[in-house]
Design a protein around this ligand. Structure first.
Ligand code: AMP
Length: 241
């Protein structure tokens, strides 16, 4: 295999560019994003996390998003795109960033392409790099099991699963001993709505990126470490294209 032209550059100094992780809720985007973040030293930008933080802080955006999120529906594109634009202009995004949970619709993907090519974004070092788009594919039944079993630590953010990755002590975080919580939108009926919203609105996205020759599809039912190895390979491959 031909090594990427810039393989001599340390991953944490490299201009990585935008990495977009696609996949249904529960596909493991958050887990993989954390691994990419560690490998390349670029931030993970989870629109779900930013929205939840806004809801918790009671900001204007949080007030507008709260009820929509509790129903498992998508927050309007305009609100989410403005929020993402602000985040991508921060200095920690200059070499690249991982988008987790964004774009969710074709309209958001089109907006992102325009934004990345815009004058506003031109000052970031990675402005000229096309996004590497990775879809983590997982079947419906497996997703249901993962989502209903999901618990997270409200203090450090670590994610567990009562079926697959339980904490050492039931409902207690291994790292800091905090009591684990179930996200409000991980209840069974809300999960069904989120998966439906994903199918309805997000699947066309894979077509959008496939059409641009940017999509890499990975089997997300494999062991998480294997998925990570393939994810990092896909990013390197994306660079050498
Ligand atoms: P997540 O943590 O990515 O599953 O997102 C949780 C919730 O936040 C979703 O069910 C939506 O209500 C909202 N949300 C997150 N990202 C987006 C987005 N890109 N567009 C619209 N709504 C979003």
């Amino acid at each position: 295999m031909v090594a990427p032209a810039h393989s001599a550059v340390q991953p944490k100094a490299r201009n990585v560019g935008p990495i977009i992780l696609l996949g249904a809720p529960g596909a493991g985007k958050g887990t993989q994003a954390k691994q990419i973040m560690e490998a390349y030293g670029i931030p993970q930008i989870s629109t779900g996390d930013i929205l939840r933080a806004n809801v918790a802080q009671g900001t204007e955006l949080g007030k507008q998003a709260k009820a929509i999120m509790e129903r498992g529906e998508l927050v309007p594109d305009q609100l989410v795109c403005d929020m993402v634009a602000q985040r991508l202009l921060q200095t920690d995004c200059e070499r690249g960033f991982i988008l987790d949970g964004f774009p969710r619709t074709v309209a958001q993907a089109e907006w992102l392409d325009q934004f990345l090519a815009s004058e506003r974004f031109a000052r970031q070092k990675c402005a000229h790099l096309p996004p590497v788009v990775i879809e983590i594919a997982v079947g419906y039944n497996q997703l249901l099991k993962r989502l209903t079993g999901r618990r997270s630590c409200p203090t450090c953010g670590r994610i567990y699963n009562v079926h697959f990755q339980p904490p050492r002590v039931t409902d207690v975080c291994d790292v800091d001993g905090a009591k684990l919580v179930t996200r409000k939108d991980d209840s069974e009926e809300v999960i069904a709505e989120r998966l439906k919203a994903y199918e309805r609105q997000t699947l066309p996205l894979t077509e959008y990126y496939k059409g641009k020759g940017r999509l890499r599809v990975l089997d997300g039912e494999k062991d998480p470490d294997l998925v990570t190895a393939e994810t990092l390979k896909a990013i390197e491959h994306g660079h050498s294209m």
